[in-house]
Design a protein around this ligand. Structure first.
Ligand code: ASP
Ligand code: MG
Length: 438
C-alpha cells in the first residue's frame, strides 16, 4: 500500500480538492494524508492569539470571516443537496467549537484543539467529495491512532497497532483519508506534530503500515539542485539519499519537512516528491541508496549568527568545548555549524532569542566576536572523505567569496560554508556554474 500526502496548497481550493480526488482514484488502495487548506492554520493561530490576549471580539471577527470562506468552499465543492447539507453540518460543528472558546478559559490546551480544526475540516470535505463521486472512501481519525509519548516523540508501536485495527475495521475501502499534523499526546490530549508536521504524519503512517512508498505531493517540481528563485539554470534532482535530503530539507529547500526523513529512513521506505501541477513528472526519489561520485544539490539558510570564542585557555586544555556547549544548552539554542582550532572555536546559530545571555556567559571563557546576517551554504552529494576532488571543486567555486567558516567531515554527504548574506546569491550561482552547469 502507498501513503500519499497532499499539502495545504494542493487542497487550497475546492478545485484543487477535486484535482486531488481525481489523482487518487485509480483503483489502488491507499492512505491519503491531508494538510489544512492553505492559510487556515495561520488563521487558527491568529484566532488563538486573540484569545490568549483576551480579546474575544477580535477572535470572533476572524472566526466569522473564516466560516464565510468555508461556506463558499462547500457550495463550490459539492454538486448535490445531500452533500452540501453534510458539508454545512460539518461547518456548524467545527465553528461552534471554535466560538465556544471565545466565552471560556483559553489555555495552551484549548489552543491545540483550535489548531486541529484545519485538518479536521479539509479531510472531511475531501472524504465527502469522494463519497459524492461514488468512491469507497473512509475517514480514519488521526486522533484515534496518532500519538506521542511522554518525551513528545511519536509512539510508533501504538500507532502501528491502532492503525492496523482501523484498517481492518474498514476492509472494503479503496481510499483511507486521514489528517496530517494532529495527534494526541501521552495524556490523551489533542496535540500536534508542530507546524508543517503533515509530512511527518505521512512518514510515520508509512512506517506503521510498512508502505511500499510514501509520496509527498506539493505544487513544486521535486527538489532542485539549487534555488530556482535565485540562480539561473537549475534542474530537478531525480534521486537523493535520505541524509542528503535531510541536509537539504533543513538548509532551505522548503519542499520537505526535515522531521519526515527519519521514520521513512529507518523503515527503509522510499519517499517520492511529486508535483500536483504536473502529476506525470518524475519528481524526486529519496531512499537509502547513494549515487556514487555525484554532487547533487546546493541550498542556503539565512539569518545565521556566527560566534567565535578565542582563548589561550583552550590550548592543551580538555573540557573547554563542553563548557562552551553547555552555555548553548542552558539557553536551549541549537548549534548548526562548528569549526575548531587549537585556540578557538566558532559556532553558528539561527535562534538569537538568548544571544545576549549566551555572549555574557561565553566571555568568561575567552574573547568573543559575533557576526550577524550570515548565511549557510550547504552542498550535498557523495562527499565521502576518500573520494578525491569534490571538496576542491566546491572550494574553488567560492574563490571570490569571503568565507567565514567551512565544515566538512560531519557526514558523508555534506560540505557547508558560512558566508555573508549579501554574498549568498553569488555563492549559489558560482556553485551552480562549477558543479552542475559545465
Ligand atoms: N497545517 C499545518 C501547518 O500549516 C501542518 C501542515 O500543513 O503540514 O503547519
Ligand atoms: Mg576527499
Amino acid at each position: 500500500m502507498k501513503v500519499l500526502k497532499f499539502g495545504g496548497t494542493s487542497v487550497g481550493s475546492p478545485q484543487r480538492m477535486k484535482d486531488v480526488a481525481k489523482l487518487i482514484t485509480d483503483g489502488e488502495r491507499k492512505i491519503v494524508v491531508l494538510s489544512a487548506m492553505s492559510g487556515t492554520t495561520n488563521t487558527l493561530v491568529e484566532i488563538s492569539d486573540y484569545l490568549h490576549k483576551k480579546n474575544p471580539d477580535g477572535a470572533n471577527e476572524v472566526i466569522n470571516r473564516l466560516e464565510n470562506k468555508y461556506k463558499q468552499h462547500i457550495n463550490e465543492l459539492f454538486s448535490t443537496e445531500e452533500f452540501r447539507q453534510k458539508g454545512m453540518e460539518l461547518l456548524k460543528v467545527r465553528f461552534e467549537l471554535l466560538r465556544s472558546y471565545t466565552k471560556d478559559l483559553f489555555t495552551l490546551f484549548e489552543e491545540r484543539i483550535v489548531l486541529a480544526q484545519g485538518e479536521l475540516l479539509s479531510t472531511t470535505m475531501v472524504n465527502y467529495y469522494l463519497q459524492e463521486q461514488g468512491v469507497k472512501s473512509v475517514l480514519l481519525p488521526a486522533l484515534d491512532f496518532m500519538r506521542t509519548d511522554k518525551n513528545a516523540e511519536p509512539d510508533l508501536p501504538y500507532i502501528k497497532e491502532r492503525l492496523a485495527q482501523q484498517l481492518e475495521a474498514n476492509p472494503d475501502a479503496e481510499i483511507y483519508i486521514t489528517q496530517g499534523f494532529i495527534c494526541r499526546n501521552a495524556y490523551g490530549e489533542v496535540d500536534n506534530l508542530q507546524r508543517g508536521g503533515s509530512d511527518y504524519s505521512a512518514s510515520l503512517i508509512g512506517a506503521a503500515v510498512k508502505a511500499d512508498e510514501i509520496q509527498i505531493w506539493t505544487d513544486i517540481d521535486g527538489m532542485h539542485n539549487n534555488d530556482p528563485r535565485i540562480v539561473d539554470k537549475t534542474s530537478p534532482v531525480r534521486h537523493l539519499h535520505f541524509e542528503e535530503a535531510a541536509e537539504l530539507a533543513y538548509f532551505g529547500a522548503k519542499i520537505l519537512h526535515p522531521t519526515c526523513i527519519q521514520p521513512a529512513k529507518y523503515a527503509n521506505i522510499p519517499v517520492r516528491l511529486l508535483n500536483t501541477m504536473d502529476p506525470k513528472a518524475e519528481g524526486t526519489m529519496i531512499s537509502n541508496e547513494t549515487e556514487k561520485g555525484k554532487i547533487k544539490a546546493v541550498a542556503a539558510k539565512e539569518n545565521i549568527t556566527a560566534i567565535k570564542i578565542k582563548s589561550s585557555r583552550m590550548l592543551l586544555a580538555h573540557g573547554f568545548l563542553r563548557k562552551v556547549f553547555e552555555i548553548f544548552e542552558k539557553y536551549q539554542t541549537s548549534i548548526d555549524m562548528i569549526c575548531t582550532s587549537e585556540v578557538g572555536v566558532s559556532v553558528s546559530i539561527d535562534n538569537t532569542k538568548h544571544l545576549n545571555e549566551i555572549l555574557d556567559e561565553l566571555r568568561k571563557y575567552g574573547t568573543v566576536t559575533v557576526d550577524h546576517n550570515m548565511c549557510i551554504i550547504c552542498v550535498v552529494g557523495d562527499l565521502e572523505w576518500e573520494n578525491v576532488g569534490f571538496e576542491a571543486k566546491a572550494l574553488d567555486a567560492m574563490r571570490d567569496i569571503p568565507v567565514r567558516m567551512i565544515s566538512f567531515g560531519g557526514s558523508n554527504y555534506n560540505i557547508s560554508f558560512l558566508v555573508r548574506e549579501c554574498d549568498k546569491k553569488a555563492a549559489l550561482q558560482s556553485l551552480s556554474d562549477q558543479l552542475f552547469n559545465n
